[in-house]
Design a protein around this ligand. Structure first.
Ligand code: HQG
Length: 178
């Protein structure tokens, strides 16, 4: 299996459907590397621990992280299954960005940003990243999020291990299309 394919399989398994490989995530989203490797090798016997380590280390967005002792692996963000990542709330910068598709703008400005299938709304630290995220859905649009004002109003923000900003939802009053 190619590294890209293995990365996609890890994303799918560790964020969305661990049961398809016969795995269970713990409450914080961790899976035992020994169990994961055994399950992956049922799918494709050529997958080695070395290849998993390479995919984790070389992943363009650092989507996965090993536990400190190296015995467990989890996705850093993006889950649809309920996990408690154990992130501490942090003070966000004054402005964060959200990249979306132009066709979602009217609905977003009416309802605010909703997490959809995921556990959180994902926000980007800069416009360029937001544009890349938005382009995945079609012609992109960028929204400025008044994160500092939201935080002062009592909303909690978290930053995942790979630098993505997370919050529960963003009401329309804090959004401004660029
Ligand atoms: C939109 C990737 C209509 C929202 C990226 C987005 C990110 C609404 C789409 C991560 C809405 C959900 C997450 C509303 C939100 N009305 N549309 N009220 N509220 N939306 O993929 O943020 O490669 O679940 O704007 O880099 O695009 O997977 O979220 O367009 O970090 O590691 O609903 O996924 O990372 O789409 O992307 P998604 P996202 P990975």
């Amino acid at each position: 299996m190619q590294n890209t394919q293995l990365s996609k399989l890890l994303s799918y398994t560790l964020r969305h459907r661990p049961e398809e490989l016969g795995l269970n995530l713990d409450a914080q989203g961790w899976v035992s590397v020994v169990d994961l490797l055994a399950a992956l090798q049922v799918r494709d016997a050529s997958i080695s621990r070395g290849q998993v380590e390479e995919v984790v280390a070389s992943n363009d967005k650092k989507r996965f992280a090993f536990s400190e002792d190296g015995q467990q692996l989890r996705a850093s963000q993006g889950h649809s299954v309920a996990v408690e990542l154990g992130l501490d709330p942090v003070v966000p910068p004054a402005v964060l960005y959200h990249g979306t598709a132009t066709r979602f703008l009217a609905s977003i400005m009416a309802e605010g940003l909703r997490p959809g299938n995921r556990q959180h709304v994902h926000l980007s630290p800069d416009r360029a990243t937001a544009e890349t995220v938005g382009r995945r859905h079609g012609p992109p649009a960028i929204l400025r999020v008044a994160a500092g004002t939201m935080h002062q109003a009592g909303f909690s923000f978290y930053q995942s291990a790979n630098g993505v900003w997370l919050t529960a939802a963003v009401p329309p009053a804090y959004l401004e299309p660029e």
